[in-house]
Design a protein around this ligand. Structure first.
Ligand SMILES: [Zn+2]
Length: 302
């Protein structure tokens, strides 16, 4: 077996001297090569976002605190730096991320504080964050409320662009936010550019390893690998991309603001963090140089 230092070096992208000497590592090498090949195909096919999209005022709907950064933090940081007015709507309260390890009320408060800190690290005033406080994990029971809240916020703010979870993102709360905000956009009547951002859509082979020590995630990875045809279905899931490597400092700083999701408390080794998922594969994927989107225009003029 390779040593921990060799393994870390490999995961950081340094060429491993021992590649090909052991079946497990050959498999990882094959998986990363497959991910790189599909990425290259995707990037070649996708159009860069139009200049107008970078400057457009926007409202970002995040099912949970941290989705705003994981899904499109690079784009948002660059938009804010370019002078665009960006508002953030956090739909659920995030209180169920560590059920059994932390009291829901305490976690709700902590995650709101973290969300405000992330918003300011992305470059906006923390007051740009709005919290709908729906119960984490149960947004599907509240789609009409999400639609009603989104309708009134859209009517007040009149954004040129709206960011929502991708239609293929499989997590129930993400499905609910997509459905609720999409319904509001249809009734809104104004022309809006919609950018659908993926998060859990990436949670499958070849981007993450199938086996996970986190309960339930091995089954999720296998299921999504099958439904996505090992990533090939993603080739038609996007039509636009944003180069965000030059915003990685802001994106990483905003992600670190979500300390409840990124760091393990010293007294609780069983507290699952985002870097725990597939030994860091998942977070690494979400911090890639490009953010990908499905871009569409609702109520187009003319
Ligand atoms: Zn989420």
């Amino acid at each position: 077996m390779p040593s921990m230092a060799q393994r870390r070096a490999y995961l950081n992208g340094e060429p491993p001297a021992w590649r090909g000497t052991e079946p497990y590592w050959i498999m990882i090498g094959f998986r990363q090569a497959a991910a790189t090949a599909i990425d290259a195909l995707l990037i070649r096919r996708l159009a860069p976002l139009a200049a107008g999209d970078w400057r457009a005022s926007a409202v970002l709907f995040a099912p949970h605190p941290d989705d705003e950064t994981l899904g499109c933090g690079g784009l948002v940081a660059k938009k804010i730096a370019a002078g665009a007015d960006v508002r953030f709507v956090f739909v659920t309260d995030g209180s169920a991320s560590h059920a059994g390890h932390a009291a829901a009320g305490r976690l709700r408060e902590r995650r709101e504080d973290e969300a405000r800190a992330a918003v300011s690290r992305l470059g906006a005033d923390a007051g740009r964050a709005t919290f709908l406080r729906l119960p984490d994990g149960r947004a599907r029971e509240h789609i009409p409320e999400i639609a009603a809240a989104a309708a009134s916020l859209l009517a007040i703010w009149q954004p040129e662009c709206v960011l929502i979870p991708h239609r293929l993102d499989p997590t129930p709360d993400h499905v609910a936010v997509h459905a609720g905000v999409s319904a509001a956009l249809r009734d809104h009547g104004q022309t809006v550019v919609v950018l659908e951002y993926p998060i859990w859509l990436w949670y499958h082979w070849p981007w993450v390893r199938l086996r996970s020590s986190v309960p339930g995630l091995t089954a999720a990875a296998i299921r999504q690998t099958l439904t996505s045809a090992a990533g090939l279905r993603l080739l038609s899931a996007f039509n636009a991309m944003a180069f965000v490597a030059d915003a990685s400092e802001a994106k990483c700083a905003a992600l670190a603001a979500h300390a409840s999701q990124m760091s393990k408390p010293a007294d609780n080794p069983n507290w699952v963090t985002l870097p725990d998922l597939s030994d860091g594969d998942f977070v690494r994927r979400l911090l890639a140089d490009h953010e990908l989107f499905l871009r569409r225009v609702v109520n187009p003029r003319g």
